[in-house]
Design a binder for this molecule. Structure first.
Ligand code: FAD
Length: 287
């Protein structure tokens, strides 16, 4: 099914993100995780793309299984950094051949080892990729958005103007970067609407299970940590189990407040952890 149609029918939609294991690691565990997550009847499952197209075979293999054998809707992440038009064209043909109808069109970050001058020869921004997909493939296209703005942006105004360019190029829906303060998202949603962005905005939610991991990810992405969360990190610094419990409660409270405030969708960055994801979904009454 096209995600643009799912989002017309379902509010809030429920979806999960899965990442493929590295090429030299076994893939079976991901399929077990997917089976478990699928029992929660999500509306779709997204599969991430390795930086600069590394591990892209695994993304294809897993997304094809989700779409085919599992009879679930797959959302294939896809980045254009360093890619040629021919390379993108051939990947799009493969995806459509595998029955994949939904793509998250991303620019990506310059991978380690790639020269910056080689990174953006065919595509400069994600909007260029959106235009290409729109003109050649019948797919529902999602794009990324950053409630606290993209780390390379100078200011929020230009970041939202750039998001509008991406949406106007042909995106059907938006998936947000993680955020831990819902007010940040509500403000972003209002500003985006005022700027003329009216496609559904699915909220990306990162469960707080491991303080070190969250601190690393927020440092890379520029997401802020609310004081409630930093106090939690300090309090449970030496107690991983209590940290996990408190983090799950935080996430459940966050999602409940988002649902009360009429969000279009909840997309859980599952980090391939089905137990925690299941607890969150059940506690929020999402299924
Ligand atoms: P763009 O939309 O191109 O934006 C990049 C920067 O350029 C921003 O600062 C933007 O404001 C600016 N910009 C955009 N258009 C213009 C313009 N016309 N003129 C001037 N400036 C402009 N990465 C992966 O490698 N694999 C994944 O699977 C993956 N999944 C992701 C899923 C989500 C939900 C999110 C939020 C991010 C994901 N990423 C993934 C990370 C993403 O690739 C990086 O954040 C990357 O740096 C930006 O990608 P983008 O598509 O948002 O780029």
């Amino acid at each position: 099914m096209y995600i643009r149609d799912i989002l017309k029918e379902k509010k809030p939609s429920l979806s999960f993100e899965i990442f493929p294991p590295k090429q030299d690691l076994p893939v079976d565990k991901v399929y077990d995780t997917l089976e478990k997550l699928n029992t929660l009847s999500p509306d779709y499952i997204s599969v991430t793309y390795g930086a600069g197209g590394s591990n892209s075979d695994r993304m294809m293999e897993i997304a094809t299984t989700v779409q085919g054998k599992m009879n679930q809707t797959a959302l294939a992440h896809f980045t254009c950094v360093g890619a040629s038009k021919e390379n993108v064209e051939s990947k799009l043909i493969d995806m459509q051949g595998a029955g994949i109808k939904n793509i998250l069109a991303l620019r990506g970050d310059i991978p380690v080892g790639m020269d910056a001058s080689d990174a953006f020869t065919s595509y400069r921004y994600a909007s260029d990729l959106v235009k290409h997909i729109k003109s050649t493939a019948d797919m529902s296209i999602g794009v990324a958005a950053y409630p606290e703005m993209h780390y390379a942006s100078d200011d929020r105004k230009s970041d939202i103007e750039n998001l509008k360019i991406k949406v106007d190029a042909g995106a059907d829906f938006i998936v947000t970067q993680m955020f831990f303060d819902n007010n940040v998202f509500f403000e972003f949603r209002d500003i985006a609407k005022k700027a003329g962005i009216h496609v559904p905005m699915v909220t990306g939610i990162m469960p707080v299970l491991d303080a070190t991991q969250i601190l690393r990810m927020t440092k890379m992405s520029g997401c802020s940590i609310p004081s409630k969360l930093s106090r939690m990190f300090a309090r449970y610094e030496r107690d991983n189990e209590s940290m996990r419990d408190a983090g799950l409660d935080y996430c459940i409270e966050q999602i409940n407040q988002l649902i009360e405030n009429d969000v279009d969708g909840v997309h859980i960055y599952s980090m391939n952890k089905w137990e925690a994801t299941t607890k969150i979904v059940n506690a929020c009454g999402l299924r």
